[in-house]
Ligand binder design. Structure first.
Ligand SMILES: *[C@@H]1O[C@H](CO)[C@@H](O)[C@H](O)[C@H]1NC(C)=O
Length: 255
């Protein structure tokens, strides 16, 4: 085996007939080849994989939207009948919509005792709120606002692996063990997010952070009318993720 190993020496001495492979030379040669291979493979993986670069800027990225943001909400209230569940939307532009029903669906749960509300609606790009409550119902029995949020997302859905964002930060929020009569406030800070893929196609989405509180609110008549409030505000800063791939000439020169 040591004799066979010596054949790998690429640094043999001249003149040829006087050279002799050495063990040290062979070991250095093998190490060099392995190192070159390692460098080549690192460059190759760097060339093949796309990196995602992010940047921040102050602008409204999605100007064609007409100042609207699409919202997708999916929430279950296991102890509130579907007839009582409603969605109201209010904002600083004077919008006040009670019992929003377009593009929304109520699915009875627990053989009619509960309800799942699935809604698609749009909000203006101004601070405001939307809330799930019994405000639009004609009768006001004792409502039970315990709930689970499956999804709350804004804008286009982004299915990208290399971005760890908060596109559905409230997804999975479980308030089943809360006081049934408590109101819930979710205070959302919405951050516009643009994702540009390799072909230059841009998708507009939104991430958000949440703070929440729970409290029992009495109305002026002394009754308790709880609600689940989503109060939102928009960040002026946009996050932009751009997919980049190393150009071929750079790969060749580094190799
Ligand atoms: C809402 O969430 C429930 C529970 O996870 C799921 O079964 C249902 O398909 C969702 N609805 C939509 C429209 O995504």
């Amino acid at each position: 085996i040591p004799f066979a190993l010596r054949r790998f020496d690429i640094y043999r001495k001249v003149p040829k007939d006087l050279t002799q492979p050495t063990y040290t030379g062979a070991i250095i040669s093998v190490c060099c080849c392995l190192f070159i291979l390692f460098l080549f493979l690192s460059e190759l993986t760097g060339f093949i994989t796309t990196e995602v670069v992010n940047e921040l800027y102050v602008d409204d990225p999605d100007k064609d939207s007409g100042g609207k943001i699409d919202v997708s909400l999916n929430i279950s209230l296991p102890n509130l009948h579907c007839d009582l569940v409603g969605l109201d939307i209010q904002d600083e532009m004077g919008r006040h919509e009670v019992g929003h029903i377009d593009n929304s669906m109520k699915v009875p749960l627990n053989s009619g005792a509960g309800c799942r509300f699935e809604g698609q609606f749009s909000i203006n790009k101004v601070p405001g709120n939307f809330h799930v409550s019994t405000h639009s119902a004609s009768a006001q029995p004792n409502p039970d606002m315990t709930h689970v949020i499956h999804k709350l997302s804004f804008g286009d859905t982004l299915q990208v692996q290399n971005v760890h964002g908060a596109f559905n930060a409230l997804g999975g929020a479980d308030r089943l063990t809360s006081n049934p009569l408590a109101s819930h406030d979710y205070i959302l800070k919405i951050v516009p997010t643009v994702y540009e893929d390799k072909s230059g196609k841009q998708r507009y989405s939104y991430q958000y952070t949440v703070a929440n509180k729970e409290y029992v609110a009495y109305s002026h008549t002394g009754r308790i009318i709880p609600a689940i409030w989503f109060r939102y505000d928009l960040s002026p800063i946009t996050v932009k993720y751009t997919e980049r791939r190393q150009p071929l000439y750079r790969f060749i020169t580094t190799v």
